[in-house]
Design a protein around this ligand. Sequence first.
Ligand SMILES: [Zn+2]
Length: 328
Amino acid sequence: MYKKVKKYAQEKGLTVSEKNGLAYGNLGGIFLAIHQDPVTPARHTVQIWVKPGPSSTLPDISGYLNQCTSKFKYLQSASYGNGRITAEFQGLGFQWGKNYVPCLDGFLKEITEYCRNSGLILSCEQCETPYDLSLYQADGVSHVLCPSCYANIADQIRQNVNRKAKEGSGNIIGGIVGALLGSLLGVVLWVLIYQLGYISAIAGAVMVICALKGYEMLGGKLNTKGIVISCIISVLMVLVAEQTSLSIEIYNAYIDYYDITFFDAFRSAPSFLEEPDIRAAVIGDLAIGYILMAVGAWGTVRQALKAGTGRQDFRKIAPVSSVHANIE
Ligand SMILES: [Zn+2]
């Protein structure tokens, strides 16, 4: 967590959880959570869970928040929905290092005062219950829920996971055909670039991406098995591509003197590797090709694995010890 915001949170008596990138607790009698953006230091999301109490009606929170966005420089946006105020802060321009925390502090002071004065109380974001609440986190967003609403959501997540599991491993044969066709596009590209005299290895990245996409298109689902199969096919197809490229060169060099076919050249290509110069060039091509292939595969694989696991990551952070100073 950005150290100035962390220090501020600690001074205000909030609980700081570095692991979850989160500071939470009661500020001015109102429970709130401050999220740290995982990438940008001076970027935070403030969440406050409030609904009208028994003796109050819902005020124009959105209108009030609109005023706040013009008043507080680093408040990029603020909205109220699903029983929750969400305020996005980002430090931009010059001197935000000095002014960011005072701006955040100013907003938090005003919004908590506003919530107190309007008789808003901490409630479960799904229902109206103000009792027995806990703070949860899912995909970088915090949720405040009562036990029964949490049970409902946990149920839905479980069903989603079961459904994903039922979809099974997809069609492996179709996937293999798809990966082969995809990688063939890469082979063609590799050979073409080789002919033009450029570094053909850049086709390595294209090859593995096309193989993975091909597996997904014809196999239905890119799971771990599909990723392994697609990568093995791509690794082998790079060898085919390089041998084809080398064979074309051999063929062109010998056709004027000998009566050879392209397949003679293809078969003889490995024996040319005994030439140190050719061997060095081929090893260089393959090495760069495999490196670019790993780079190309990384993004696609990570995305597929993330999608494959489903959103099970719904963690309980802490029970919310609500102050309820504002319940008469
Ligand atoms: Zn609830």
